[in-house]
Design a protein around this ligand. Structure first.
Ligand code: HEM
Length: 339
């Protein structure tokens, strides 16, 4: 065989291998920036308007929308399976899985975006793409426009949604560093993606029931700043006492980032370094010298983390995308599969 054709085969193999390994975010297969330019040119601006309206009422919905993309993509791929409501034929969809129930929010903002998009271009824009656009827009708005990236589209909606898929796919707040790295690796994301995406914990809240037992026990050995643990204990009690909402009384919530609670920013990494974070999985990012180096790297100002976050969101939004087949469709209503 001539040397030049051997070289060509070698190059082709290397390219195939890189594609199979996931590669950089720009390699996300099959999705396109500006996918709806011809078929529904207003799609992205309609979604942004709906997200902006929802965040103006409650910034927490923005946090919910960022998380919704994570919980959608890690379970059955980015196919809007997380949005499906229970039905007699499918009484336990993902929504009711332990990591999601009483915890996920933002569904109404997705409904509003979908309704407006359907009015403009019926049957054209998938719910999975709306979830991805909404997470991008919430990141943009909550970061004061500093997390600014384009989101490729062209996903279809799935028809399977099963609560039992959630626990094996989503890492718990008690996960160790190795567990987190393994979990993300299963989805084609590396340790740096995991650390960069964890920065989303600079917005939104967590329920005291998810972290209090292992992080704020009086004689606990959790790796947490003791004065922060004390303030968390106090805030959980006060929140339960003062809240007018029934669910908050039963299971109060506290902001993940006590310093800039509604801003998506790199403050999270300073909190990690000071051991002032809620979850064991946040504290775990100092478990190895290599992870701690990445945390310090993201803690700096100058937009470094903001750029990396955008890239990692696009990479995450490319997990297990459905493009065709019997089990893929564009739903009319994001909460129910088409008949
Ligand atoms: C690294 C592994 C991760 C673990 C173990 C984890 C775990 C958690 C837990 C336990 C909560 C609190 C839920 C509750 O108490 O109701 C939470 C909240 C949140 N997570 Fe994560 N998470 C991880 C990664 C991510 C990623 C990749 C994103 C998005 C890019 C994300 C975005 C959020 C947001 C925004 C909230 C607040 C939600 C709200 O206020 O409604 N998380 N996470």
């Amino acid at each position: 065989m001539a040397a030049s054709s051997e070289l060509a085969i070698l190059v082709a193999c290397a390219l195939l291998l890189a594609a199979a390994c996931g590669g950089a975010p720009d390699d996300v297969p099959e999705l396109e920036i500006g996918y709806y330019e011809e078929t529904c040119p207003e799609a992205e601006s309609i979604v942004r308007a709906a997200v902006s309206e929802a965040i103006a009422v409650d910034a927490g919905v923005g946090a919910g929308l960022i998380r919704l993309l994570f919980h959608d993509c890690f379970v059955q791929g980015c196919d809007a399976s997380v949005l499906l409501d229970p039905t007699p034929s499918n009484p336990r969809p993902e929504k009711l899985g332990p990591p999601n129930v009483h915890s996920l929010r933002g569904f109404e903002a997705i409904d509003a975006a979908k309704a407006a998009v359907e009015e403009a271009c019926p049957g054209t824009v998938s719910c999975a793409d709306i979830v991805a656009f909404a997470a991008r827009d919430a990141s943009y708005l909550l970061s004061g426009y500093r997390v600014d990236f384009t989101m490729p589209a062209g996903r279809l909606d799935g028809r399977r949604s099963n609560a039992s898929d959630t626990v094996p796919s989503l890492p718990p707040g008690s996960a160790t560093y190795t567990e987190l790295v393994d979990n993300f690796a299963n989805k084609g994301l590396d340790a740096e993606d995991m650390i960069v995406l964890s920065g989303a914990h600079s917005v939104g809240h967590a329920r005291c029931s998810t972290f209090a037992a292992d992080r704020t026990a009086v004689d606990g050995d959790a790796d947490i700043d003791p004065s922060f643990a004390r303030s968390l204990r106090r805030r959980c009690v006060q929140q339960a006492e003062n809240s007018t909402k029934e669910e908050e009384k039963d299971d109060p919530t506290v902001s993940q980032d006590a310093v800039t609670p509604t801003e998506l920013d790199s403050q999270y990494y300073s909190n990690v370094l000071k051991r002032r974070v809620l979850l064991a999985s946040d504290a775990a990012l100092l478990e190895t010298p290599e992870a701690a180096r990445m945390v310090r790297d993201s803690a700096g100002a100058g937009g470094r983390w903001e750029r990396k976050f955008g890239k990692a969101m696009v990479k995450m939004a490319g997990i297990g995308v459905k493009k065709a087949g019997r089990h893929a469709e564009i739903r009319t209503n994001c909460r129910v599969v088409n008949h």
